[in-house]
Design a protein around this ligand. Structure first.
Ligand code: NAD
Length: 294
């Protein structure tokens, strides 16, 4: 069992850290939010007064932060962790961030003799709690193999996507598709409702037909169709609209850099930007359903 430092205990990081504790690892945690720390400490984590203190004895460091600027600043900014992590340690960043930040942080850590992989996840808060996340990893094969027992405590599908940054490319492709599916599912459900259908019945029909997809089957955007999903909880506690808008921005940057055509992704980015601008940034991304409400 490993000595692990876990930084970033939000909607995803909190339950991921708890699953590492359940698997028997010794986990020391840090977050800027005192409440987020308390929730995980109640489940058996050790605490530190700073991220620098949390990593002092760690063999493995896991971070789960909002965006590239947070990850860059944590590892290579003022008093960055690069100067506090033990040589030979492994850093796993599971945040969804831009490839340029991954490469810059990876290079700085490598110069200090610290291994680094990008390991963004899919599966949502439900997957984080259940320990069933998918991890898409970029980095050396050796680092991926070293990380496997740690990742297996938090997820069930572990993929080596390629070199450093490849995990992030896989992640933005996946989330671009997810956003398109969420928008399409939302407009189809609203079309049915506007024409007198019960959304529960319509969901059941489409989920057993060729329109079946993850957003319809396990993350239904229509309130009260499904229990335990954000749409039945006032769209709170899931994957924020602003985070999806960030991921779609990353997808567009990736498309521009490879001169790829992504018309559906571009439309979804615009819709999510508009939805965020209307004051829904901190709501779950399935709240895009309301955009099509007559
Ligand atoms: P969140 O906003 O709920 O949590 C982020 C946490 O990081 C917060 O608790 C915040 O206080 C903390 N934090 C920020 N800067 C910090 C710092 N310098 N030091 C310590 N703590 C710091 O976000 P989330 O939903 O948990 O998402 C985290 C990452 O996972 C994002 O990159 C997101 O795109 C990705 N992601 C989220 C989901 C989801 O369903 N929520 C799914 C897959 C991937």
């Amino acid at each position: 069992m490993a000595n692990i430092a876990f930084i970033g205990l939000g909607n995803m990081g909190g339950p991921m850290a708890i699953n590492l504790i359940k698997a028997g690892h010794h986990v020391c945690v840090y977050d800027l939010s005192a409440q987020a720390v308390i929730d995980v400490v109640e489940n058996g984590a050790g605490t530190a007064s700073s991220a620098q203190e949390a990593v002092t004895n760690a063999e493995v460091i896991v971070s789960m932060l909002p965006a590239g600027k947070h990850v860059t600043s944590l590892y290579t900014g003022e008093n960055g962790l690069v100067n506090h992590i033990k040589e030979g340690a492994l850093v796993i960043d599971s945040s969804t961030i831009d490839v340029a930040s991954v490469k810059a942080v990876g290079e700085a850590l490598a110069q200090a003799g610290i291994e680094f992989i990008d390991a963004p996840v899919s599966g949502g808060v439900g997957g984080a709690k259940a320990g069933t996340l998918s991890f898409m990893v970029g980095g050396s094969k050796a680092a991926f193999e070293k990380a496997q027992p740690i990742l297996a405590s938090m997820g069930k599908n572990l993929f080596h996507a390629g070199d450093l940054g490849a995990g992030q490319v896989a992640k933005v492709c996946n989330n671009m598709l997810l956003s398109v599916l969420m928008v399409g599912t939302s407009e189809a459900l609203q079309l049915g409702i506007a024409n007198g259908l019960d959304p529960k019945v319509l969901s059941e029909i489409m989920s057993k037909s060729s329109g079946s997809n993850w957003t319809l089957d396990v993350y239904n955007p229509c309130p009260e169709v499904m229990e335990g999903v954000p749409s039945s909880n006032n769209y709170d506690g899931g994957f924020m609209v602003d985070l999806m808008a960030k991921d779609l921005g990353l997808a567009m940057d990736t498309a521009v850099s490879s001169q790829s055509s992504t018309p559906m992704g571009a439309l979804a980015r615009s819709l999510y930007a508009m939805h965020s601008g209307a004051g829904n940034g901190s709501k779950d991304f399935s709240s895009i359903f309301n955009l099509f409400n007559k």
